[in-house]
Design a protein around this ligand. Structure first.
Ligand code: ZN
Ligand code: ZN
Length: 636
């Protein structure tokens, strides 16, 4: 009689002979992929955790395949699987393909890929399942070379790949952004006629999107005979990621038309698209939809909505969502703190941060970036510096370049340029363009030409192609009246064929987005806009506005400079907004670059003279203009 050694102790009493699966030796492999569950760490019925406590069997059990099929899913680690493996071998059951595949799966699920591969090579008559599990095992382990190699062998073996294996391999292409391999696999998909399979097609859409070939993703998506929720979600997410947030929102509209009911994951993608676009009107519509359909405000969806409202310029709505959320995690708190930060509401950010600490939530590295950013953008120097040391001493968070950037900005804003520059000099970590950019920004505000030159040199070493840095330096020279240096920079830019990114400003009126560029005459109401702008400027000048011609790079006479200033895109957009929106309602604009100093002053006077709240989202932050002042305190 065969008896196991004593080290194989009795596991739990509930583990015995339970309902049998029909899988005798040599019986066809019928197990489906779904039945191969992942081992669950939280399983209350889980096995004892000792490595050597997995099997105690009677003689009749040891020869029964179903016994092993039931035992295997309960294994908690590779040594336990190995035990079962060796007993299966001893009992001659390894030729049972169902058992062999299950063993293989368990090894891969526990990332014991070497053991899995050893077993795999020993299986003489592999079926689709064996190949799938092995390919998937390498995929899950991030071993793309072996994954692709095994997949190639699979194809050569003459077996037909299925709609389980193909998405796995396609996902590896996605994760490694290996477009070439992705296209090859797409050909295989075609060869086996699986291009209309929803799983395969969805994976292909996802892969093309991640590889940034959005047109291929779109073609694939549009030709799919059936699109399920997952595919729609993938496509909406892809459009958002590839920068066409507007397309993403159009897709969302189409999805309803087609009767597909979005779930919370799909809604998160839609919400993210609104955030990217900064489209307040759309954001409200999406919010209405979420309320109407009674979506549960999960942590992820709620946090995405906070971010959406913050980026659309409405902190109050963001806070409402925050307060309504039952469960908040550190990301939620951080998003709300960041929201206050963007909008220059440092005091509220600090209050929220204290509240967070009181609830026992532990801030992470990103939370500290958000709170330091909030302090710097509200000029709360001492608070910021205190938090910077609290972060290191109280929470053991090691400052990274982002934290340093906030502190440099903080000191720079307070005019403590020497401290800022010595902080940078003594930093042990690698410096990036954001950090130098913060210092250069401070130099601009304080007209510190010497330090600006030094900083710009470091900045241009990192990013010689970025026209923005040259422009900033040229502006600093212009302010100091150093027109020769301005000309030198311009020449340098022409010589290197660097072009300024063209500036534009967007305004959303009646659910339509109107875009303006400098000196734009393309708008259908262009003529009226210019007439109104002229009239408006006269009114503003009476109220005390003096155009700051230092912000014009050309060395031309004053009258001409004024002409150029007057046609900046934000001025055109605001003039249009004043007449196209109801009196007294806020005007929201989005600018792709930093707002120039003159436009900033101009908008301050608009908020006073026209008695309007003007909210500007520029490349760096939000400005809330009210009663002749801006929330940024003129530092941006
Ligand atoms: Zn301007
Ligand atoms: Zn401002």
């Amino acid at each position: 009689m065969f008896k196991f050694k004593h080290q194989y102790l009795l596991p739990s009493p509930k583990f015995g002979r339970v309902g049998l699966l029909s899988a005798g030796p040599g019986s066809p492999a019928t197990a489906t992929v779904e039945s191969l569950d992942h081992p669950n760490d939280d399983d209350p019925e889980a096995f004892p955790t000792q490595d050597h406590a997995i099997l105690e069997t009677s003689n009749s059990q040891s020869l029964d395949p179903s016994f092993y099929l039931l035992t295997l899913p309960k294994c908690k680690n590779a040594p336990q699987i190995k035990q079962v493996h060796s007993q299966v071998t001893v009992n001659g059951l390894l030729k049972n393909l169902v058992i062999a595949n299950k063993l293989l799966y368990m090894y891969t699920a526990h990332r014991a890929v070497t053991e899995a591969h050893g077993l795999f090579c020993g299986i003489k008559e592999k079926n689709s399942m064996s190949w799938s599990v092995m390919v998937g095992g390498f995929a899950k382990n991030g071993d793309c070379v072996d994954c692709f190699r095994t997949f190639r062998e699979y194809i050569r073996s003459g077996d037909h790949p299925d709609n389980y294996t193909l998405p796995l391999v396609i996902r590896v292409c996605r994760d490694t952004t290996d477009l070439q391999m992705g296209r090859l696999i797409h050909q295989i998909v075609h060869k086996f006629g699986l291009h209309s399979d929803p799983f395969v097609a969805a994976a292909l859409v996802d892969m093309y999107a991640k590889c940034k070939v959005i047109d291929d993703a779109k073609t694939m998506f549009d030709t799919m005979p059936e699109r399920d929720l997952v595919t729609w979600t993938v496509m909406i997410g892809a459009q958002t990621e590839c920068g066409s947030a507007n397309e993403a929102l159009l897709l969302f509209d189409r999805m309803q038309e087609e009767g597909i009911v979005p779930d919370s994951v799909a809604m998160v993608n839609v919400v993210n698209a609104c955030a990217k676009l900064g489209a307040m009107h759309k954001a409200r519509l999406v919010h209405d939809y979420i309320s109407r359909k009674k979506f549960w405000l999960t942590v992820v969806l709620g946090t995405a909505m906070i971010d959406m409202y913050a980026k659309c310029g409405c902190v109050e709505s963001a806070r409402e969502i925050f307060d309504r959320m039952g469960i908040k995690n550190v990301v939620t708190w951080t998003a709300m703190i960041a929201a206050y930060g963007y909008h220059g509401r440092g005091r509220e950010a600090l209050d929220l941060f204290s509240m967070m600490l009181m609830t026992g939530m532990v801030p992470n590295s990103i939370t500290f970036v958000s709170i330091l950013y909030a302090c710097s953008h509200s000029g709360m120097v001492e608070d910021g510096l205190k938090l910077f040391s609290l972060m290191q001493e109280g929470y053991g968070v090691r400052p990274n370049v982002k934290h340093f950037t906030c502190v440099v900005d903080l000191l720079g804003r307070a005019g403590r340029l020497d401290e800022a520059s010595s902080l940078i000099k003594n930093m042990a970590i690698e410096k990036d363009e954001g950090l130098w950019g913060a210092l250069l920004g401070a130099c601009r505000i304080y007209g510190h030409v010497e330090l600006a030159e030094e900083t710009a040199r470091s900045l241009l070493e990192l990013q010689p192609e970025n026209a923005g840095h040259y422009v900033l330096l040229a502006n600093i020279y212009a302010r100091a009246g150093k027109w020769k240096d301005v000309a030198r920079i311009r020449e340098l830019m022409t010589h290197q064929r660097l072009k300024k990114v063209p500036g534009w400003t967007c305004i959303e009126v009646d659910n339509k987005i109107h875009q303006f560029t400098i000196g734009d005459h393309s708008h259908p109401q262009s003529k009226e806009i210019y007439e109104k702008l002229k009239c408006l400027c006269n009114k503003l000048e009476l109220a005390g506005y003096v155009p700051d011609t230092n912000y014009v790079l050309h060395d031309v006479d004053e009258e001409c400079k004024r002409g150029i200033l007057y046609t900046h895109s934000e001025k055109l957009a605001i003039t249009f907004g004043l007449s196209a929106t109801p009196e007294g309602s806020p005007i929201r604009i989005t600018k792709n670059l930093r707002v120039c100093g003159d436009c900033h002053t101009f908008i301050k006077y608009v908020s006073l003279v026209a008695n309007r709240l003007v909210i500007v989202r520029d490349a760096n932050r939000f400005h809330h203009f009210k009663d002749g002042a801006c929330s940024c305190g003129d530092y941006w």
